[in-house]
Design a protein around this ligand. Structure first.
Ligand code: DGY
Length: 320
């Protein structure tokens, strides 16, 4: 039993994941469910063979440089890996994996919810009914923006982007996308490819981000980019807050350039951006794109599959 690898699970994962992990590993799991800071990560690295973190634990170059040689693999419980300095981890010979595929449907569901809720004024409508302030009705009351038949611009046509496109097609939306590479026709399914983001924006009545946060994409939705959207566009972000210049987003909302926004991700998390709260046409959720029971189990199992492969001497499926 004692030769089982020691695995540090940084956050409270699903029960099924924790049960399986405890069956196969010597698990270290604190009862308090909170993000782990740099010193804690470095300290713990002396005691463990593997770490199963979430995007809330940051493996910066500095942290990676100070990790103990004992740690051999970081098996992330996330598809996004912007919290990991991949080059630094590679240089240290530490294997890094993520959990692609399994959260695409759940994240696309949240993107649809945000798109519809922002377009049809869900925050304002809910507040009116909930507070008893709903005392009026007219054909001109709470008129929103119709999704059906509109053009949806998708930035990043990977697994989540394609899941979003599939759902949006069900609403009769015309799909446009920008991606590093054009997709083959069977994946494109009639969507229009744009070689540049700047060409996608003017045809996007709705714009939804589904690309990773990298040094190249950080802050890409800036004032100039918001200005390229059709006036009254709706902006949706379920990817990463870092993709957006939040001051520019606020200015676009305040000027009416954006009719509404639906956001599950913020530059500062947890917490979000308090300046958005004054605007009921910003529909906000607290980074819960993948937060369904089925998806949490699938993410946990995928991370454990990667660990199992690694400790069996194989290449993990999701090795980056
Ligand atoms: C992901 O998997 O990247 C989600 O944002 C949750 O961490």
């Amino acid at each position: 039993m004692t030769d089982r690898p020691v695995l540090w699970i940084t956050r409270r994962l699903s029960d099924a994941t924790l049960e399986r992990a405890a069956r196969d590993y010597e698990v270290i799991l604190d009862s308090d469910d909170r993000p782990r800071g740099p010193e804690e990560i470095v300290e713990m690295s002396r005691r463990v063979d593997a770490i199963l973190p979430c995007h809330s634990e940051v493996f910066s170059a500095d942290v990676v440089a100070r990790l103990d040689d004992r740690v051999k693999i970081i098996a992330n419980h996330s598809v996004g890996v912007d919290h990991c300095d991949l080059a630094a981890l590679k240089a240290r010979g530490i294997v890094v994996t993520n959990t692609p595929d399994v959260l695409s449907d759940a994240t696309a569901e949240i993107a649809m919810l945000l798109m519809l809720g922002a377009a049809r004024r869900a925050v304002e409508g809910d507040r009116l009914v909930r507070t008893g302030a709903w005392d009026f009705w007219s054909p001109s009351f709470m008129v929103g923006k119709q999704v059906s038949g509109a053009r949806l611009g998708i930035v990043g046509m990977g697994r989540v982007g394609r899941a979003m496109a599939a759902r949006a097609r069900g609403f009769g939306m015309e799909i446009h996308y920008h991606n590093r590479r054009r997709l083959p026709p069977e994946q494109e399914q009639g969507a229009t490819f744009h070689e540049s983001l700047d060409s996608l924006l003017p045809v996007s009545d709705f714009l939804s981000l589904h690309c990773p946060a990298t040094p190249q994409t950080t802050g890409m939705m800036n004032a100039a980019r918001f200005a390229r959207l059709p006036r009254g566009a709706v902006f949706v972000n379920t990817a990463r807050g870092a993709l957006v210049d939040e001051e520019a987003l606020l200015a676009a909302i305040e000027s009416g350039q954006l009719a509404a926004a639906g956001l599950d991700c913020f530059v500062t998390e947890p917490g979000g951006n308090p300046t958005f709260a004054a605007h009921e046409n910003i529909f906000m959720l607290p980074h819960i794109g993948s937060a369904t029971t089925a998806t949490r189990d699938a993410m946990g199992f995928r991370a454990l599959d990667n660990l199992d492969a690694f400790f069996a001497g194989k290449t993990p499926k999701d090795m980056l």
